[in-house]
Write a protein that binds this ligand. Sequence first.
Ligand code: LLP
Length: 425
Amino acid sequence: WPATAAVTGGRLVVGGCDTVALAEQFGTPLYLLDEATLREAMRAYRQSFAAAYPGPARVHYAGKALLNTALAQIVAQEGLGLDVVSATELLVARRAGVPMAHVHLHGNAKSDAELERAVAWRVGAIVVDNLDELARLRAITAQLAEPQGVLLRIAPAIEADTHAHIATGGEAAKFGLPLAALDEAVAQTLAAPGLRWLGLHAHIGSQLFALDQVVAAVDVLAAQAARLRERFGVMPVELSPGGGLGVPYTAEQPPADIARYAQVVSAALQAACARYDLPLPRLTVEPGRSIVARAGVALYRVVGRKGRRWLHIDGGMGDNIRPALYGARYSAVLANRAGEPASEPVAVGGRYCESGDVLLPEIALPPAQPGDLVAVATAGAYTLSMASNYNLVPRPAVVLVGDGQARLIQRRETEDDVLARDVML
Ligand code: LLP
């Protein structure tokens, strides 16, 4: 739950706002973002890395976890950079005033149009994923007066201990240059007049609790930097071990300890640099989930009951596909009857026409009736950013809450929005 969550008069309050009143005002399903929790996580990252790492450190929010212009504005206000993975995410960064020098473009299949926009807008770095992309980027940047900064993403051959769908660092993974192709990529980058080689990047996966694989990735980055310095006589100025810090969705999981993460990553990089006799590079980390997940609360209306087992709600896999896709588990309460004793566990089924659309397969709630409000915790990350219009259902609104104020930062999709692209015969 967000840092500001409380129960007042049996009702869930977030950011000083009564969630029952918010559901009335804005409709459901509704996503709340608690501004204080967001800013707190961003500050924790910045301050923890500043305290733990003696060299320059940068924190980039990974926009794929959740992105809208207001959130990107908060990112800019808090002095974080932004990682984007599409032309439109890049546009949001620009609309929000995130300094382009602090924007990195990621992705394993960037189009020429995306690369061209990133180059034209002078992003701080394009994170090159493979040799094919590098060839296209060389052509696009051939005539540039000021070279474009480039990080090379490596596949460090580390299998992270997380769901297989979100482990990204294996040798045969979709992402990154296998180490066998790295020298070729560095040679081509150094030979390209339009490119400036900044350093190396790796991201081994998401929702990580054990940090030993992150430490291993940092070590691979530093070892490769040292080897490349020998081979090419050029020292990378930036190393980035990506994002990935896990967050608790249920009571059994440990809290996201940002300070400890910063200490572990910083210590690993310092130790590796000492071992390979490297100067301390700029350290860039890219957290997504651990910044935005906890700040998010999803509110759904109970539409009906079926027997003792099923509660039916007005949202589900269209706004949060994580239970269906990864078997993800969540915690929830009844927002309008918080604190009432729970009866035997029920299953909360989504509204979408698929048996797998079960948002909460087994959750203890007070005996719920149609009209009650289910509030799902830790709902900020990889929910709306992965939302769809399955069954032609409009996507929810997003409200930023703080100090008793609620601001609509993304309006609910309308039926006209959903049908806007349809062309009649
Ligand atoms: N950097 C890169 C290159 C990434 O690919 C990712 C996440 C991040 C940073 C941020 O990782 P985070 O700190 O959020 O763990 N949809 C999945 C998660 C996909 C993660 C994709 N990449 C889920 O819902 O669990």
